[in-house]
Write a protein that binds this ligand. Structure first.
Ligand code: HEC
Ligand code: HEC
Length: 325
């Protein structure tokens, strides 16, 4: 009798000793995204948004869609330092992923668009991206392609306009979330992560990475100074000296799949990005082993990519669209 009790005690003790405590703040990716009151999600709107997301008619050349630079087959990015847009031009910033972007309270590296609805109006007009000359011409294109009926179904009669186009795209983007990362399963007690990943998890909290890469999204959803490179970040928008080299804290969700890193795509590998963060943000030189452990942890934040069925786009029967380049 006594012996049995002793064994039970030992077993209990061992389990406790092995259990790794999850640092405060870390947690499972939320299952619901914030939705603005004036743009409720509906299945028909999401479907229209999906078509527009894959629609090359939004670009002057008829060649570039949102998916060209934010390829949903490659984790919402193009894995290029700078994306290729109109007439083979390259912009000055790396394309962030659209996956989980519905969770960010600031869009772009400099956070200049608060909502996905604001963001989606940018690319068609951007001269190095889709290069359309006016919003009216974007709508003309969509009319010629045959989108009228679908806009009516989703937004009511005579509703085809630039704002509604952006609303539909944003609604689609709100479906692009990546649940069930190995880390999430670990937190829920449904799976385990490697010892190296556990060490990395504790290390990022210990050295202070998670003061900025905070919470279940691994971003404070706010700005932080990053004295690195020539891009002045928020200052390039606000003109204020205090905003010099201030950038939005980038999330760690799926970060292992979205190389190269930083707003200028200058870090080719995740280990390089981690080393630089240690040096620039925390003033420490992380030992190689810690870098490897942190990378192992970041790799556990790769979720399940959304399964997106490629849409059939509206097109006029028997004639080509008029691509005026
Ligand atoms: C030619 C490449 C290109 C095309 C086409 C393009 N984008 Fe982007 N996208 C970028 C780049 C580069 C950035 C970052 C720009 C910056 O921060 O200043 C960006 C930023 C974004 C962001 C912000 C994500 C974040 O985490 O801040 C979203 C969302 C987005 N694009 C969606 C779209 C949508 C929707 C379309 C189609 C209407 C589109 N993009 C077309 C290159 C492109
Ligand atoms: C003071 C706030 C702060 C701290 C502390 C911090 N970061 Fe960052 N992190 C940022 C910001 C801001 C960015 C966006 C940088 C940019 O504009 O290129 C970023 C970007 C990154 C990226 C690149 C993401 C991408 O998609 O390009 C990685 C990886 C990263 N951080 C890891 C870490 C690690 C690991 C630590 C701790 C060793 C750390 N960070 C500490 C603010 C911080």
């Amino acid at each position: 009798m006594k012996k049995l009790l002793f064994v039970a005690f030992l077993a209990g003790f061992t389990t406790q000793a092995l259990a790794t405590e999850i640092p405060e703040g870390m947690g499972v990716l939320p299952s619901a995204v914030p939705v603005p009151a004036d743009n409720p999600q509906t299945a028909a709107k999401v479907e229209l948004g999906k078509k527009l997301y894959f629609e090359p008619a939004l670009s002057k050349s008829g060649q570039f869609s949102c998916n060209s630079c934010h390829n949903l087959g490659t984790w919402g990015v193009d894995n290029q330092k700078f994306s290729i847009g109109h007439k083979w031009q390259r912009g000055g910033r790396n394309a962030p992923t659209v996956l989980n972007s519905a969770f960010w309270s600031k869009q772009f590296w400099d956070g200049r668009a608060p909502l996905l609805e604001d963001q989606a109006k940018g690319p068609p007009m951007n001269p190095v991206e889709m290069a359309m000359d006016s919003e009216a011409n974007v709508i003309k294109r969509l009319t010629a392609a045959g989108y009228d009926a679908e806009f009516s179904t989703v937004f009511g009669k005579n509703s085809m306009n630039y704002d509604n186009m952006a609303k539909a795209i944003a609604a689609f983007e709100r479906t692009l979330i990546t649940p069930n990362a190995p880390f999430d399963k670990f937190v829920q007690g449904k799976g385990d992560i490697s010892k190296a990943a556990k060490r990395g998890m504790l290390k990022v909290a210990e050295v202070g990475c998670t003061s900025c890469h905070a919470g279940p999204l691994f971003t404070s959803n706010d700005f932080a100074e990053f004295q690195y490179g020539t891009d002045t970040g928020v200052k390039s928008v606000s003109g204020k000296a205090g905003d010099d080299h201030v950038f939005r804290v980038q999330s760690w969700r799926n970060v292992a799949m979205t190389a190269p890193y930083f707003h200028d795509g200058s870090a080719a590998t995740l280990s390089e990005a981690v080393e630089t963060m240690g040096e620039v943000q925390l003033g420490i030189k992380l030992p190689k082993k810690d870098v490897a452990d942190i990378v192992a942890f970041l790799e556990t934040l790769t979720g399940e990519a959304p399964q997106v069925v490629f849409p059939v786009l509206p097109r006029p029967s028997g004639k080509a669209l008029d691509w005026k380049d």
